[in-house]
Design a protein around this ligand. Structure first.
Ligand SMILES: [Zn+2]
Length: 289
């Protein structure tokens, strides 16, 4: 879990990025202040190297103002813009938090909530990505795909998705729903080995292979990389088969050579966080000597 200051910075940069002409990248050297914060803008030279001395409001305000100046100067734009006036929002203190406000007095939101100002969308150009972000922020899961056309949201959901939450986030736009079959798992025998895989879900196709190991009681590694299995499975107790399928039938043992298809989940902004490979399909090729 990121520290509280990192979570606040994530909100700040999310707000600045929504209307940024190119990407903003940033990283901190530690989870908690005092921290060094480095900010770079795609296609713009100088990197801002700032200190976050502590989590006090006055320190956050100073850091945020420096970041905002750096970003605005780099691209000659005022970010984040008021949705109705286009002029840059200004940070100010309100009780125990910092808020974005329009100099004209209309827009007002907490840092991290800028996207809430943009809904309902003024045009359909950004509506799809704004809606995806709204679901993400509200923790709505199970949305497979969607589009927005003529004021109507067409959305396809996985089984188990919260239909009411999907509609609430999209309101006042109308929603037309479609469901896709539940995600499952399958086990099959092929010429080059036996395979376990997810079914009815999008699969990532990066490859990872090597010997299968247990790194702690229920954590797995392949070739030294931490992995997480997307499909239903069980991890056996020490001394038992390492992976059992969704029916509890043994599939692979410690030391078996496996070939995985999947992908790395996005990692957090703290340098040195170890990446985990999400395995959507695993083929067992037999054990290494
Ligand atoms: Zn305004």
């Amino acid at each position: 879990m990121p520290g509280e200051t990192v979570a606040w910075l994530e909100g700040l940069f999310a707000d600045l990025s929504v209307r940024a002409p190119h990407g903003i990248t940033w990283e901190v050297d530690r989870d908690e202040p005092p921290q060094r914060l480095r900010v770079s803008l795609a296609g713009y030279g100088p990197v801002a190297d700032l200190e976050v001395p502590d989590s006090a409001l006055v320190s956050r305000l100073a850091v945020a103002q420096q970041v905002q100046r750096h970003v605005d100067a780099g691209w000659a734009v005022a970010l984040p813009p008021c949705p109705d006036h286009g002029s840059g929002l200004v940070l100010g203190r309100a009780d125990d938090e910092l808020r974005w406000r329009c100099p004209h007095g209309d827009a007002d939101c907490a840092v991290g909530d800028y996207q809430e100002l943009l809904w309902p969308p003024r045009s359909e150009y950004h509506a799809g990505s704004l809606l995806g972000e709204r679901w993400r922020r509200r923790g709505v899961r199970g949305v497979a795909r969607w589009s927005v056309q003529n004021g109507v949201v067409q959305v396809t959901l996985h089984e188990g998705a919260d239909e009411d939450a999907v509609r609430d986030a999209a309101a006042p736009l109308a929603v037309e729903l479609e469901w896709i079959p539940p995600v499952g798992w399958a086990r099959r025998q092929e010429n080059d080995g036996e395979t376990l895989a997810i079914t009815n879900a999008m699969m990532w196709l990066a490859r990872l292979d090597g010997p299968l190991r247990r790194s702690s009681s229920d954590e797995l590694q392949v070739g030294g990389t931490p992995v997480r299995l997307s499909f239903e499975h069980h991890v056996g107790a020490p001394g038992e088969p390492l992976i059992l399928d969704g029916d509890g039938v043994p599939f692979a043992n410690e030391g078996d050579r496996v070939i995985c298809a999947g992908g790395f989940a996005p990692s957090g902004p703290v340098s040195g966080d170890q990446q985990v490979f999400q395995v959507d399909q695993m083929t067992r090729r037999g054990s290494d000597a």
